[in-house]
Write a protein that binds this ligand. Structure first.
Ligand code: A3P
Length: 328
């Protein structure tokens, strides 16, 4: 059973208890919905996105599987889109005063935290809006994904082994933020086995990636597919691609003035780590802000899982992607 689907007309509160439950994956209890394991507490937020969020043609949605470079993408897209108002080298830049997650919010969790009756909580945000999501493509409202909506999506994809390790270390560091109904003592091997079975926040990871990749092939002008590893290798190229996709390519004068490099620097993990707002305190969910900035490298999985485990996940992923045209 793949769980329900968003459009089957039943209120989420009624539907939730009947959805398959997984309580072994830190940090939240997950429910299988539309083929994905999603945090139970977020699902009412997803319902609210469908019911209350009013997309605008100028909206840009930053989408990702968790721990795949979301924070970085938020910073880069924010810096690129707002560079006319906020020059990247300026001392007063919002990314030197607040965190990327404050500059660009996740819509499903914002709706979930706002609770019922909040209306469209993003209605007052000026256009063009930048929003973020961890929801899979197939669970986004059609008002966003329909070709006529105008909305653009930027997806960041990461090697599943690195996404797994990043999530494992992140949840371990933030264990006080864990939902009480989730088992706390799980070993990395156990949680890895669950990940390989697609059981993790927003999993199966490869299915999440494949959906967005397929859509980027179908509608390249509306869905930009970025890879974390490529962004690390060529950050300036990624910034230029982002700007072009967002409809604000760098002018010659900007290029000459070093605007691209200034954005790369402003959004680098080293710089973001130094921002006081990213160093101390916790998010609404009790996540230590500094834990969003760890190593920021490709291939760190090899320091944490065995080659045998890696080969096992690679085989699962290869199997699932066979014939799709996509590979990591
Ligand atoms: P690691 O745990 O492998 O270091 P997300 O933002 O989706 O939660 O992803 C987190 C991962 O992105 C972490 O990976 C984190 O260190 C890395 N990251 C955060 N900010 C970054 C930046 N500015 N540049 C590159 N990587 C960054």
């Amino acid at each position: 059973d793949g769980g329900g689907g968003v459009l089957d007309g039943m209120a989420m509160a009624e539907l939730l208890p009947s959805l398959p439950l997984e309580t072994r994956c830190p940090p939240f209890p997950l429910r299988l919905y539309g083929g994905y394991w999603l945090p139970e507490w977020v699902l009412p937020g997803l319902e609210a996105v469908h019911a209350r969020f009013d997309p605008r043609p100028s909206d840009v949605l930053l989408a990702s599987f968790p721990k795949s470079g979301t924070t970085w993408l938020k910073a880069l897209a924010f810096a690129v889109a707002n560079r006319a108002d906020h020059p990247p080298s300026g001392d007063a830049h919002p990314l030197r005063r607040s965190g990327p997650h404050d500059c660009v919010r996740f819509f499903e969790s914002s709706f979930a935290l706002a609770g019922e009756g909040g209306g469209d909580i993003f209605a007052a945000s000026p256009s063009p809006r930048l929003l973020a999501t961890h929801m899979p493509y197939s669970l986004l409202p059609e008002r966003i994904t329909a070709s006529g909506s105008g909305c653009r999506i930027v997806y960041v994809c990461r090697d599943p082994k690195d996404a797994f390790i990043s999530a494992w270390l992140f949840t371990t560091k933030n264990s006080t933020a864990h939902d009480r109904s989730v088992q706390k003592s799980a070993s990395i091997e156990e949680v890895f086995d669950l990940f390989c079975a697609g059981r993790c926040v927003a999993g199966p990871q490869w299915q999440h990636v494949l959906e967005y990749w397929s859509e980027s092939q179908r509608r390249p002008e509306k869905v930009l597919f970025l890879r974390y590893e490529e962004m690390l290798r060529e950050p300036a190229r990624s910034v230029r691609r982002l700007a072009e996709f967002l409809g604000c390519p760098f002018a010659e004068e900007e290029e000459a003035a070093g605007a691209v490099d200034a954005i790369v620097e402003l959004c680098s993990i080293g710089q973001l780590r130094r921002v006081p707002a990213n160093k101390t305190g916790a998010t609404e969910l009790g996540i230590n802000k500094e834990s969003f900035f760890r190593k920021g490298a490709a291939g760190d999985w090899s320091n944490h899982i065995s080659l045998e485990m890696a080969a096992r996940l690679d085989a699962v992923v290869e199997d699932a992607l066979r014939g799709s045209g996509f590979s990591f």
